[in-house]
Design a protein around this ligand. Structure first.
Ligand SMILES: [Zn+2]
Length: 256
């Protein structure tokens, strides 16, 4: 059974068809789906969805692209929400230097607060990076052995990948873009041991081939897994079993 560790279910294109999308996921062999938040509004939407749908689980936190207008007091509310049922992680947090470089210091500060919360609550963190892997590693290095982390939709250098996978509690995941002809990170996937990988879609973004151009959904995770099985030269069944085992390590909360 497959776990989609990263799907943004609060976009209208998913919300408007949620029953169908969940049905498609089940039929494709998807057992559980983790929905990461980006701000307080999405935290609320996610908690409502996870209370309604058995296979959905929540990760709550603030996306680096959404924190510009936030302040530290928002973490007081966040911390209280982390105690809710079916919250299995913190995120997505991290650093994004691609869209806006004007508040990098604030991004770093917020990322650190998420990590402190993760230690305090004993929850794993979901990390978003864009043009910012080196700084993200520098910050999370202070938490080696203290937090479990998923570097989601990973892209970086092989050297950066080495630094991440050398830590027992850090994992990486790849999205549907690894199926695109022009994808330049095949070397990263080759280099990542299957014991350090998680599965995800980043729905509704980055639909894998042959669904490229459509809105992504958890059912399509099978196409990304197929691609990984080819790159890693490992049987699909064996890969799925390993990915599930890894998910049990990082997100034990979804198996309780
Ligand atoms: Zn995301």
């Amino acid at each position: 059974m497959i776990i989609d560790t990263h799907a943004h279910f609060y976009f209208p294109e998913i919300l408007d068809n949620i029953d169908e999308i969940i049905d498609n996921a089940s039929k494709a062999g998807v057992e559980k789906i983790i929905i990461p938040a980006v701000d307080l509004r999405t935290c609320d939407v996610i908690l409502e969805l996870t209370s309604k749908y058995k296979m959905l689980y929540a990760a709550l936190g603030f996306h680096p692209g959404d924190i510009k207008e936030m302040n530290e007091s928002d973490f007081i509310i966040l911390e209280s929400l982390l105690k809710e049922n079916k919250v299995v992680g913190i995120g997505e947090t991290g650093l994004d230097y691609y869209w806006d470089k004007t508040y990098i210091e604030k991004q770093k500060e917020f990322f650190s607060i998420h990590l402190e919360l993760a230690v305090k609550q004993g929850l794993p963190v979901i990390i978003h990076t864009r043009d910012s892997v080196a700084d993200s590693i520098e910050i999370i290095n202070g938490y080696r052995g203290k937090v479990k982390a998923q570097f989601h939709c990973f892209s970086g250098t092989e050297d950066e990948l080495d630094k991440i996978i050398s830590c027992e509690s850090f994992f990486v995941s790849y999205c549907g873009n690894i199926t695109y002809k022009k994808f330049e990170g095949i070397g990263l996937v080759e280099k990542t041991p299957v014991g350090k990988m998680l599965s995800e879609t980043d729905s509704p973004f980055l639909a894998p081939m042959p669904h490229r151009g459509k809105k992504n959904q958890p059912a399509y995770v099978v196409d990304t897994i197929k691609k990984i099985s080819k790159i890693k030269n490992i049987g699909e069944e064996e890969l799925i079993a390993q990915l599930r085992k890894n998910t049990e390590v990082v997100f034990p909360g979804i198996f309780k």
